[in-house]
Design a protein around this ligand. Structure first.
Ligand SMILES: Nc1ncnc2c1ncn2[C@@H]1O[C@H](COP(=O)(O)OP(=O)(O)OP(=O)(O)O)[C@@H](O)[C@H]1O
Ligand SMILES: [Mg+2]
Length: 316
């Protein structure tokens, strides 16, 4: 049996704010049937990154700092992703090392070849794994140590929707993250209906997920995470393996949602519209700048590497 904390909820005093806010304490929730624990659950709780919890009155600061209030549509300080000398090792072998960056861009890109450490970085940013060294701060929160803050801040979409999906039917899949955020059954059901309607998919509600195509499963994951309204959505190559129309449609949905994005990809065309781009190579940031400047160099380097035979190289 698995246990996790579900925040207790109280009505937000801001009259215009329809969402509840978390309060001190909490009650114990449990789940006895998560088929792909821990990957699926970690992914899911990562996707719970977000939202729904009182945009008008959720404290966005952290212990030791002056607390700031997020206001409707504006913030008193820019939302910042900050990595300080971040490192991650597996059995003493470095996968990521010395990663220091800071960005308040709305659309951040991370480009890197296979095995450069992109997915590891995505998991660190979502607080799903602990850094071996250094720190991750998303919107001022240490997202690994402060899981509750992480769940209010970061969502993630993985390359493989099978790593994210837990439940057999669409509505319960979307509802799960909302319940994690503290919405009661009726509130979650109403939000599920609303998100399905907004994607023009109300007829998907009771559809068995096993009957969906890969692209449709991606859309379920996207609806589930956007239903939770994350401040930052991390995309770990969610378009890989999808055809052009499906990629374009999913990209359009994301654009419409207007969520702050950190998009990770090895595919330069995915990242052309980012505001700021970081190039990850062998676990280190080797360059940063505008996509128009960086992507031609990245592409040239990938073509050069294509002449070599180093696919089998492992980290370290
Ligand atoms: N748990 C682990 N155990 C052993 N090695 C790992 C582990 N996690 C990551 N690595 C290694 O770290 C390196 C980076 O892996 P990661 O999955 O982060 O790369 P990536 O850039 O996402 O690759 P891809 O583009 O193929 O998805 C790889 O060499 C991988 O083998
Ligand atoms: Mg990866």
């Amino acid at each position: 049996m698995l246990f996790w904390r579900i925040p207790a909820l109280a009505p937000c005093p801001a009259a215009e704010n329809p969402w509840p806010r978390p309060v001190q304490g909490g009650k114990q929730g449990h789940c006895s049937a998560l088929p792909r624990w821990p990957i699926a659950f970690a992914a899911k709780t990562g996707t719970s990154g977000a939202i729904g919890l009182a945009p008008a009155c959720t404290p966005a600061g952290e212990g030791g700092q002056k607390r700031r209030l997020r206001l409707h549509g504006c913030e008193t300080a820019p939302f910042t992703i900050r990595l300080d000398d971040l490192g991650y090792e597996v059995a003493g072998r470095p996968v990521l090392a010395g990663i220091t960056l800071q960005s308040s861009a709305r659309r951040i890109g991370v480009v890197g070849r296979n095995g450069s450490g992109k997915s590891t970085l995505a998991r660190l940013l979502a607080g799903l794994i602990a850094p071996t060294s250094g720190q991750v701060r998303i919107g001022g929160h240490d997202v690994f140590r402060d899981r509750r803050a992480a769940l209010e801040t970061v969502g993630i979409l993985f390359q493989n929707p099978e790593h994210q999906i837990i439940f057999p039917r669409v509505a319960e899949e979307i509802a799960f993250g909302l319940r994690q955020q503290g919405l009661d059954k009726a509130q979650a059901a109403a939000r599920v209906e609303a998100v399905l309607r907004s994607f023009d998919k109300p007829h998907w509600k009771d559809a068995p997920i096993s009957a969906l195509s890969q692209g449709q499963k991606h859309l379920v994951c996207m609806m589930a995470v956007l239903a939770m309204r994350p401040q930052l959505l991390i995309l770990d190559e969610p378009y890989a393996g999808l055809d052009i129309p499906t990629r374009r449609q999913l990209a359009r949905y994301l654009h419409r949602a207007g969520t702050r994005l950190l998009h990770i990809s090895h595919e330069p065309s995915d990242l052309e519209t980012c505001d700021e781009l970081f190039w990850l190579d062998r676990g280190r940031i080797v360059a940063q700048g505008a996509p128009a400047l960086l992507l031609p160099d990245f592409t040239a380097e990938m073509i050069r590497l294509g002449e070599l035979d180093d696919i089998a190289d492992l980290a370290g």
